[in-house]
Ligand binder design. Structure first.
Ligand code: ATP
Ligand code: MG
Length: 327
């Protein structure tokens, strides 16, 4: 049996706002095994980035982790001191952001930043850190690493900057990489290239990854398992095969319909009708019921049980993965 690297249990993250308490995460369970790639997929505002930031303990006031545990390698990250957490960030868990400017400082050369950060996180000298920087720039297919090292961020294109930030992040030698929509800001051809490079490096280094995206198509190519998140809850969890071939939750099924399809190229891009609920005042019962094509009366009052985040399961009163699996 594979080892569990991350075990998130009943995670609740809230934000105090003028319109009340926003329940951004409403009791999330999610496991990531060692060497596994898990996709976290959902519409804008569903709680993907808050999940990532909660794992890294980067929720600032007016937000807080209101409950639950995040076990990483057997240790609960919730409640670690900021000093201990600083050590975890970078050495054990790293994050690649949607916008590479989040991880690159405009006033320092790439060499300065990569050597400093890799040296610090690996606890090694400058010379060795620079060798590693070059090695990883080559891994992400940068044609002239020496020239890149001497550049400043503004001298590089968006795709190149993102590759530098991937090289830097992976050069830390982390156990877990959290990638929050790292290719969305790039144009489509560059997206594909960066994704392929990332996939290669992850395979070669046998890294565990939490890949965050609103695009189910991307996770199909890249991930082992998928967590579908809606309004701060994981509504379905399963392998890529479970999610694509035996989707159970009506939200997952709707999400699958929004994937652009070559045959439908002439049609308008499909969207799911309705909007994500206001999390300061979420609907009673199942949060998806106001938008759900299959909702029954009980869905308006009874909240489905959470998924365990380890097996194929859907948080739905009407549909059941068990019966679905037997079909
Ligand atoms: N600082 C904050 N203050 C108040 N509410 C917040 C704050 N940060 C996040 N939220 C709320 O938490 C919910 C989830 O936000 P999150 O950023 O995780 O969405 P997301 O799934 O990453 O969306 P996107 O695809 O647009 O990046 C949203 O309803 C948002 O309003
Ligand atoms: Mg986000």
């Amino acid at each position: 049996m594979s080892e569990k690297l991350v075990e998130i249990s009943d995670l609740k993250t809230t934000f105090e706002t003028n319109s009340g308490t926003v329940e951004a995460l409403r009791g999330i369970n999610l496991t990531i095994d060692e060497g596994e790639r898990v996709g976290l997929v959902g519409e804008s505002g569903s709680g993907k980035s808050v999940t990532a930031r909660s794992i890294l303990q980067l929720i600032d006031s007016p937000g807080e982790i209101a409950g639950g545990t995040i076990s990483f390698d057997g240790r609960d990250l919730v409640g670690l001191s900021s000093r201990e957490m600083q050590r975890v960030r970078g050495r054990d868990i790293t994050m690649i952001f949607q916008d590479p400017s989040m991880s690159l400082d405009p006033v320092y050369s790439i060499r300065n930043q990569m050597v400093e950060a890799i040296g610090h996180n690996r606890n090694i000298g400058d010379q060795r850190a620079e060798e590693i920087a070059v090695e990883y720039l080559e891994l992400v297919d940068m044609p002239n690493p020496e020239r890149v090292l001497s550049s400043y961020p503004h001298e590089l294109s968006g795709g190149m900057k993102q590759r530098v930030s991937i090289a830097m992040t992976l050069g830390f030698n982390p156990d877990l990489v959290i990638a929050d929509e790292p290719t969305t800001a790039l144009d489509v051809t560059v997206q594909k290239k960066v994704l392929e490079i990332f996939k290669d490096v992850v395979e070669r280094e046998d890294l565990s990854v939490l890949w965050i995206t609103h695009n189910l198509g991307v996770v199909a190519e890249f991930c082992d398992r998928i967590a579908v998140i809606y309004a701060g809850e994981i509504v379905e969890y399963g392998t890529v095969y479970d999610i694509f071939d035996r989707p159970t939750h009506p939200y997952t099924r709707e999400l699958l319909r929004t994937i652009p399809n070559v045959q439908r190229a002439q049609e308008e891009l499909r969207v799911i009708e309705g909007t994500v609920p206001n999390m300061a005042d979420p609907p009673d019962g199942c949060t998806f019921h106001p938008r759900c094509p299959d909702a029954e009366a009980r869905c308006e009052t009874t909240r489905p049980e959470s998924v365990d985040g380890d097996h194929h399961e859907a948080a739905c009163l009407v549909h059941d993965t068990q019966t679905n699996d037997r079909e």
